[in-house]
Design a protein around this ligand. Sequence first.
Ligand code: SAM
Ligand code: TMP
Ligand code: ZN
Length: 419
Amino acid sequence: MEPDVSRTDASKSDVSKCRICAGEVRKFFDFGTQPLSDAFLTEREKDQAFHFRLAVGLCTGCTMVQLLEEVPRERMFHHDYPYHSSGSRHMREHFAQTAHDLLATELTGPDPFCVEIGSNDGVMLGVIKDAGVRHLGVEPSGGVAELARKDGVRVRTDFFEESTARLIAAEDGPADVVYAANTICHIPYLDSILRGVDVLLRPGGVFVFEDPYLGDIAERNTFDQIYDEHFYLFTARSVRGVARRFGFELVDVRRLPVHGGEVRYTLARRGEREVSPAVPALIAEEAGRGLAELETLEKLGNGIDRICADLVALLEDLRRQGRSVAGYGATAKSATVTNYAGIGPELLPCVYDTTPAKIGRLMPGSGIPIRAAGEFSRPYPDYAVLFAWNHTDEILAREAEFAARGGKWIVYVPEVRVL
Ligand code: SAM
Ligand code: TMP
Ligand code: ZN
């Protein structure tokens, strides 16, 4: 891996050109130089870390919230991409429910076909496969794609874009549904995605995708949703805008209680489906909350500095008192927290996680070692920072013994608190 190649003077600007409308993107928060959030390197590799400038802004033209600097996709999504979607029971249940919903509503014709963009380890498509329905995952990260294949899921190891869509349409014919979760917001080139979906979708078909919702991020101060892979932070208004540019209409929105609050967007070609009243309702709510105004988003920025200062102060205090502290969940999100707040092994000696591809490696940038979650109890620390706050119920249940023995969980969103 080449070190640090993307730190250029141009990246220091407070404005950039919108990836959607070529309008002006104005910065509202700057995390400075950050490592890639999912690059879990070994001790030997750690000096080779790639860095970029993490800054986020609002487009004054189309209201799309986006990063000012883009990381080349091959640096983030490659054979060793460590995130495994099946790692959470709650998410497995969510995707099983999603698959059943799609099977009942959209995949009902004589020989339906479902394409998933960013199918990862096959957590959703496995259920579609079990129902005997034709499917194809498009997944550039070879390791997770291989896991899905082992489960009998059909996967093409590739980035989805217009050219990929043409190849799939030629080989498999039109799709009834193109689905994606936690993937479309990762892809700066939405123009090519939407042209690709247009090539692939049968008349009357739908493009359904779900991603972290800016409304929830602003409401709950979940600033750690901002990292390299989350290039866009969507609202219903910004999604409707980009859909219309490419001949689509946003026909439905549904808020989802996963990953701290997401929205599932349903797009159809313009005029093909009725628009649900939920769409104008959510857009009106967003307007009332000022989600397309720079001042509102700058307030999120003030919260970031306060949370980071409070968290560091708490960890320093615990260190002074001689209390042991660890982190729980080596999430991509935690890279933003630890690196922006300046939390290293001296304040947090280790982080526990269940993911085999992360265990034994180091947290990006901060260099905090990652240990197997199975070792959390040997011995339990006095306090644990819950970085995987989006899996709170699941982790608190799994680790009930920690609290039963007097261990205390620390959360930092929407504010720093000891549970
Ligand atoms: N859908 C899964 C979920 O919700 O848990 C995986 C989400 S993971 C955060 C994002 C996935 O998108 C990764 O597996 C990544 O390799 C994949 N990805 C990134 N860019 C892509 C692209 N252009 N086309 C298809 N998949 C892509
Ligand atoms: P995510 O927030 O991006 O979904 O990542 C969650 C991380 O937390 C992932 O590395 C797996 C880890 N994890 C645990 O260590 N234990 C758990 O019980 C759960 C649900 C997740
Ligand atoms: Zn724009």
